[in-house]
Design a protein around this ligand. Structure first.
Ligand SMILES: [Zn+2]
Length: 180
C-alpha cells in the first residue's frame, strides 16, 4: 500500500465521533464540541488497527487482473441502464436521471430528487458489483439513511450485501494503489 497519511479530521454536526476509511485514508469526524482527534485515536485505536489490517490484507489478495480494463464509457452506461431498469422494477420506484463523473471519494451518490451520480471508475468493476451499486443507490429513493429499513430493502436482492461492500472496499483500494 502507498504511504497513507495518519489521519485527517473534520468537524461536523454529529453527536458522536466516528472514523471513516472511505477515501483510502483515515478520516476522523468530530462533533463540534468536546473531542480532540487525539482522544478519538486513543478511544478507537484498536478498531482502527483492525480495520487497517483488513484493508491491507484485502488489497494484497486482489491483484490488478481483477479489474475490467477494456470496458468503454458507453458500455458502462448501457450496463448501468440495464441494472437501473431492473432495480426500479424490483423496488417499485423511479430514478429521475443518471449522471456520470469521476469521483475521488465514492462510487456513487443519490440526491434528494432521485438523481443518481455514478463514478465513471465503475467501468473497472465486475458486473455483479455494478449491479449492487445501482441497486443500493436506487434503494435510497425509498430510504435515505443506512438504517435497518434500508439494509432490509437491499438484502431482498443482495442477501450478501456485506460481502459486496467488502468487495467494493477492496476494489477501491486497489484502484487507489494503481493510480499512485
Ligand atoms: Zn448508501
Amino acid at each position: 500500500m502507498p504511504e497513507t497519511p495518519q489521519y485527517t479530521f473534520e468537524y461536523r454536526d454529529v453527536k458522536h465521533p466516528r472514523c471513516e476509511f472511505k477515501t483510502g485514508s483515515l478520516l476522523i469526524v468530530l462533533p463540534k464540541k468536546g473531542w480532540t482527534p487525539e482522544q478519538v485515536l486513543e478511544k478507537y485505536g484498536e478498531w482502527i488497527k483492525r480495520k487497517r489490517a483488513t484493508i491491507s490484507a484485502a488489497v494484497e489478495q486482489t491483484n490488478e487482473t481483477a479489474l475490467v480494463k477494456d470496458r468503454t464509457d458507453k458500455e458502462l452506461r448501457s450496463i448501468v441502464n440495464r441494472y437501473a431498469e431492473a432495480a426500479q422494477k424490483d423496488l417499485n420506484t423511479k430514478i429521475n436521471k443518471i449522471y456520470y463523473r469521476k469521483m475521488t471519494t465514492k462510487w456513487a451518490s443519490h440526491s434528494q430528487n432521485n438523481n443518481l451520480t455514478i463514478n465513471s471508475l465503475l467501468k473497472l468493476l465486475p458486473n455483479e458489483l455494478i449491479s449492487y451499486i445501482v441497486y443500493h443507490e436506487t434503494a435510497h429513493n425509498l430510504e435515505r439513511k443506512h438504517n435497518e429499513k434500508f439494509w432490509g430493502l437491499v438484502s431482498k436482492r443482495f442477501p450478501d450485501y456485506a460481502g459486496k461492500e467488502k468487495g467494493l472496499l477492496t476494489y477501491w483500494f486497489l484502484i487507489q494503489k494503481l493510480s499512485h
